[in-house]
Design a protein around this ligand. Structure first.
Ligand code: SF4
Length: 326
């Protein structure tokens, strides 16, 4: 299937305030949020981006929606580079690509009624007001909030977390987008309502034929939602494969540790937790060579000297680890 989204060698560095010493030495320290990320997302695909906080996954999502610009590298949507978009071209992209926020309690303006919040993207996109009511009603039906009169005149604080996340999803869908980025879409919700929201997201994706990216630290969640998973560590993709393959046969030591931490009952698959020591290193000064080497139980001399490239090791399975590339 043709790629809807293409990233090539995307780098994103955030400059940080310089210390006196750095000022004197003429150094320009930066947080290296992303360091050379390349992948395609096929039209209609659902992919997951997983990793610990600070791995760069949220920055990656924001870049794909042109909410921030890469330091270097290119991102294209439907064959058009995002960097060159402005005016009507940019407005057209904004109609097609939407974000589902992590925290529904913060995503909606507390002074707007629910109707106004969901209709706002229509207004911003210049859609004729005569169409708003029908479009809002259609979006509400998609997220199973069909009893419109119960919600439209209410304010966000009058709704539960689950209802709010449905409203946030309706707001993202009201323009009938083609591409959705969901950043930890259920992490702020009670466990009791998460399954319902996840099932809804999958249903919406299937019925609308959406291309979707789910950003999460939770492999159990992405196993349910996505056919393909990218694992990120310190601004780089370390593994990229079909999600089943990632869960059943993770190849990168970091992915193995993530999978070992997922409580998935499976009698055929013994899970021995792997040691993973320490925390994610400072993104201003990542280790030389493989950025995971300080925490890796298999680190070798070579790992400190050469950064392992992300290479295909089996059909559709890419890994960045010297053990797999030997
Ligand atoms: Fe571990 Fe070396 Fe592989 Fe990095 S390249 S994950 S340090 S074995």
């Amino acid at each position: 299937m043709a790629a809807l989204v293409q990233l090539r060698d995307v780098v994103k560095h955030f400059p940080v305030t310089r210390s006196l010493g750095e000022l004197v030495r003429g150094e320009h320290p930066a947080v290296r949020a992303l360091d050379g990320v390349s992948f395609d997302i096929g039209s209609g695909d659902a992919i997951a981006i997983v990793g610990e906080s600070g791995c760069g996954k949220t920055t990656l999502g924001r870049l794909m929606l042109k909410l921030t610009e890469p330091t270097t590298g290119t991102i294209a949507f439907d064959g058009t580079a995002l960097a060159g978009l402005a005016g009507e071209g940019l407005r057209g992209f904004r109609r097609q690509a939407q974000l589902v926020f992590q925290n529904p309690f913060d995503a909606l303006n507390p002074r707007f009624t629910i109707y106004r919040a969901v209709a706002e993207p229509l207004l911003n996109a210049g859609i004729d007001k005569a169409e708003h009511e029908d479009r809002v009603a259609a979006a509400f039906r998609r997220v199973h909030l069909a009893d419109l009169d119960r919600y439209l005149d209410k304010y966000p604080h009058q709704l539960s977390g689950g209802q709010l996340q449905r409203v946030v999803l309706a707001r993202a869908l009201v323009l009938a987008p083609r591409f959705l980025v969901a950043d930890e879409p259920v992490s702020m919700l009670d466990v009791s309502v998460r399954a319902g929201i996840l099932a809804l997201m999958r249903e919406v994706r299937d019925t609308m034929g959406l291309t979707a990216v789910y950003i999460s630290h939770d492999l159990a969640l992405v196993r349910y939602l996505c056919g393909r998973t990218l694992v990120m560590y310190l601004g780089r993709i370390v593994e990229d494969a079909p999600t089943d393959e990632i869960v059943r046969r993770p190849r990168h030591p970091y992915t193995q540790a993530l999978v070992a931490a997922v409580p998935v009952p499976d009698a055929d698959q013994p899970r021995v937790p792997l040691p993973i020591k320490g925390n994610v290193p400072d993104a201003r000064e990542p280790p030389s060579g493989c950025s995971f080497r300080d925490r890796c139980p298999h680190a070798m001399t070579r790992c400190a000297e050469v950064a392992p490239p992300l290479r295909e090791v089996a059909g559709g399975h890419r890994v960045a680890c010297h053990l797999e590339l030997a």
